[in-house]
Design a protein around this ligand. Structure first.
Ligand code: CU
Length: 262
């Protein structure tokens, strides 16, 4: 919720499950005042991610800027339960930050088990396959390939300045991880599919949830995966692949100053 003196402060206390709510928040600066000056990252000043604690639901929203640093977003928490919201921001004069807050929707709550580890995701007739392994402490290349009706999709549309946005969260504590896209539309080398490449660095072994937003036919869809880090090491694996306390991830925050894609 707080990093480098910047703090995410929800202004909306009550959210009922299944009901659209105008959720408002501010980010306060080290001087205690709401931040009003933000750098644009991937076409937006604020990227707002909301997941359920069991990581079975995901939303990527873009709040609207109001007066005095207040941001508002129409938010529906689909069911009763516990949720985590992340604001991915870059206050001018600071660095890129991801601040988190827990949200609650009152009612009977039955957490679902983490979805099985899988390299294939289906969404709206699209199949997305995941190639590459998450290696703790190392930058890991992940390639996501999109196909529809068995055919590779080669006309993905730019969405927020990229052909895909990947959010990676650690299942154990919802740590928000760094993911860097490899190339962007218009750079003369990045093709509009079927493959989208990212570099991700995970800090530890364990399970992660990956959420890929991609746009095709004018619609943004999300493909989700569960990936396991550090379980596929061969006997000859480098000792540097051992789990490390990388500073690039911590619960609900993100200490690196490099912009990242999602
Ligand atoms: Cu966004």
């Amino acid at each position: 919720m707080s990093q480098n003196g910047y703090t995410l402060t929800p202004l909306t206390a009550t959210i009922k499950p299944g009901e659209p709510t105008d959720f408002a928040f501010t980010v306060t600066a080290p001087d205690g005042r709401p931040v009003t000056d933000y750098q644009v990252q991937h076409d937006k000043k604020v990227h707002f991610i909301v997941v359920s604690r069991d990581l079975t639901t995901f939303q990527h929203l873009h709040p609207e800027e109001g007066a005095n640093g207040v941001w508002t977003v129409k938010l529906t928490l689909p069911e009763a339960g516990v949720y985590r919201a992340y604001a991915d921001i870059f206050p001018t004069g600071a660095s890129a930050l991801t601040l988190g807050a827990d949200l609650f929707a009152a009612g009977d709550y039955a957490p679902k088990a983490l979805p099985q580890v899988s390299r294939t995701a289906e969404v709206d007739g699209y199949t997305v396959t995941l190639d590459g392994d998450l290696t703790p402490g190392k930058s890991s290349k992940l390639t996501l390939k999109v196909s529809k009706d068995g055919k590779p999709v080669t006309d993905l549309q730019p969405y927020l300045g990229a052909y895909g946005h990947l959010v990676a969260l650690r299942a154990g504590d919802l740590a928000y991880l760094h993911v860097h896209p490899d190339g962007e539309p218009g750079d003369g080398k990045t093709k509009p599919g079927p493959e989208i490449t990212f570099y991700a660095e995970v800090p530890s072994t364990g399970d992660y949830r990956l959420f890929l937003d991609f746009q095709h036919g004018g619609v943004v869809r999300t493909a989700d995966f569960t990936a396991r880090a550090g379980q596929a090491a061969a006997p000859a694996a480098s000792p540097t692949a051992a789990p490390s306390a990388s500073p690039s991830a911590s619960p609900a925050s993100d200490h690196d100053s490099t912009p990242h894609g999602h």
